[in-house]
Design a protein around this ligand. Structure first.
Ligand code: HEC
Length: 209
């Protein structure tokens, strides 16, 4: 490159080289993907993380879909002892209007835990600390599930179905995601094996209305 060719002024060559090198370093550090990483001395204690995770779970809306509810005059109310345990295994879905779905409607049950749409029927997962929830998961699986939308954090598994908005949650910082997981791990375990989703081709056979 021309800038290195400064005949007769050897010191200049070195200065140009150093200038180039520092430009490269600045560019590399600006591209550094680890910008979300928190310096060791600023890291939260486990208790702080759990509290922060609880705050996020309660404000981002996980309960909206993952907590069983009773329907009241003022709308769905969470059942505290079943919080985050997903669609209840012994529950049944109300009659399905395939006609409405053909007209473009997406349906959900009155607990907001079962959802029927072009993807079939999905049931909100149990995300409590029980083994039927996320009790056996580790942080790596958790991050694969939320960042890549892979069921059970299994890279070879199927994609998580709508309406779970993992594409939004994938944008959370490492610190936030880790805090949510630490909080979920600290929740009261609720045993509830959520049924597998129903494939769209089977919807017609479930047609009841
Ligand atoms: C709009 C509804 C909705 C919201 C809001 C929602 N989820 Fe979900 N979530 C679902 C549904 C439905 C499934 C099951 C999808 C499937 O079977 O593929 C699911 C699946 C999951 C899974 C995968 C479980 C597994 O076994 O692989 C995790 C983890 C999860 N949700 C965590 C969360 C967390 C944490 C929040 C809040 C930050 C949240 N979800 C908010 C509907 C929702």
């Amino acid at each position: 490159m021309k800038i290195f060719e400064s005949p007769g002024v050897p010191g200049l060559k070195i200065r140009f080289f150093l200038l180039n090198l520092s430009c490269c370093l600045i560019i590399i550090s600006c591209n550094n993907k680890d910008y979300q990483k928190v310096p060791e001395e600023n890291k939260m204690t486990l208790q702080d993380s759990i509290q922060h995770g609880e705050y996020l779970v309660k404000t981002i809306g996980c309960h909206d879909c993952h907590s069983p509810k009773t329907m009241t005059e003022r709308g769905p109310q969470e059942i505290p002892e079943l919080a985050l345990s997903g669609y209840l295994a012994d529950d049944s879905i109300p009659p399905l209007s395939v006609e409405a779905m053909k007209n473009g409607w997406v349906l959900m049950n009155d607990q907001l835990t079962a959802f029927a749409g072009p993807w079939g029927i999905s049931y909100s997962s149990n995300i409590t600390s029980d083994d039927t929830g996320i009790g056996t998961w580790n942080m790596e699986r958790w991050k694969t599930a939320i960042r890549k939308g892979k069921l059970k954090g299994d890279n070879n598994g199927r994609m998580i179905l709508p309406p779970m908005p993992w594409q939004n949650f994938a944008k959370l910082t490492d610190e936030d995601l880790e805090s949510i997981f630490k909080y979920l791990k600290s929740t009261k375990p609720v045993k509830n094996a959520v049924p597998a989703p129903v494939s769209p081709v089977k919807l017609d056979s479930l047609k009841t209305v």
